[in-house]
Design a protein around this ligand. Structure first.
Ligand SMILES: [Zn+2]
Ligand SMILES: [Zn+2]
Ligand SMILES: [Zn+2]
Length: 305
């Protein structure tokens, strides 16, 4: 279980300030707060940071100007803590008047979230039980991803005022516009299907010669065992690919891909520059330049009353 939780605030003149921590007795130093904050990049570009301090590993999540950091115990699963930190940050009241209470509540909630993600707790969820039963009975063979790109406008600088996730922030801004409090003005161009209005896309990769979508992707990968750089075709539904150099299996979950080349199975053309097309994920229409550039991004200004 995580040992402590910290809040760190960015101040434009003073830099990172140690906020509150819980439980007592594990307080950060200013230097440690600085190191954690720097883990998010000089321009604060990384949302998640990992920092190895003398006292242990720290996972932190930046929701500028706030940073929530968690000190891990040696046997904590860092990825599990990171996932729950994402869940937790959505529930923290960054505008609280009483951070002592809020940080204690956050710590206790994090422990609850970690508990809810344990093996037995997951299996006590009726929906999850139904899923596992259906998979065991063969009614559902695998849970496969549908690759959809969402083209959403983000307004990060108002997130701390409005709370919630990016979608909720955009909705609140629209509410403020409808209520006449803010005025929307054009800002850049955004992508929207002109047929159905969706901003969700799927990407199709085609042979530049014959237009076929039957492509083998030949990957240059790094073997985890012998360190050799080898070429391999990665078919769907495999958990390992063989190394052409040492012949040991390379696990796909940790695969490091160095290069990709598409090989057309219809005409044999090999290319590093295949034709890429975008389709609307909702109505399936192939998106044209008009769809890609016709919608307008919106910036919001205070309405003149
Ligand atoms: Zn190898
Ligand atoms: Zn082809
Ligand atoms: Zn559409």
């Amino acid at each position: 279980m995580p040992k402590a939780i910290y809040t760190i605030w960015w101040d434009n003149t003073l830099g990172p300030l140690v906020g509150r921590s819980y439980p007592p007795g594990n307080e950060l130093t200013t230097e440690e707060a600085l190191v954690i904050f720097m883990g998010h990049g000089v321009n604060q570009e990384a949302r998640v940071g990992y920092t190895k301090l003398d006292r242990g590993l720290v996972v932190s999540l930046l929701d500028a100007p706030n940073c929530i950091a968690v000190l891990l115990d040696d046997d904590d699963d860092a990825m599990l803590v990171e996932r729950n930190l994402h869940r937790l940050v959505g529930e923290i009241d960054f505008n609280t008047d009483d951070w002592d209470v809020e940080v204690r509540r956050a710590y206790e909630r994090l422990l609850d979230l970690m508990e809810e993600a344990s093996h037995d707790a997951l299996l006590s969820d009726p929906g999850i039980r139904r899923l596992i039963t259906d998979m065991q009975a063969g009614r559902l063979r695998a849970v496969s991803p549908k690759h959809v790109l969402r083209v959403t406008a983000y307004y990060p600088e108002v997130a701390e005022y409005l709370g919630g996730n990016a979608d909720e922030v955009a909705r609140k801004l629209r509410d403020l516009e409808s209520a006449g409090i803010l005025t929307a003005k054009t800002f850049g161009r955004s992508i929207q299907c002109m047929s159905c209005g969706s901003t969700e896309l799927t990407v199709t990769i085609m042979c530049p010669q014959c237009g076929s979508t039957e492509l083998y992707n030949v990957y240059g990968v790094l073997c985890q065992h012998c360190g050799a750089r080898v070429q391999t075709v990665i078919m769907d539904d495999v958990s390992e690919v063989p190394c052409a150099s040492c012949h040991r299996p390379i696990r796909v979950a940790g695969l490091e891909i160095l290069s990709v080349e598409a090989l057309c199975s219809d005409c044999g053309t090999a290319t590093e520059d295949p034709k890429i097309t975008l389709h609307c994920a909702l109505c399936g229409k192939r998106l044209t330049i008009a769809d890609l550039l016709s919608a307008t991004g919106l910036a919001y200004y205070l309405s003149e009353s």
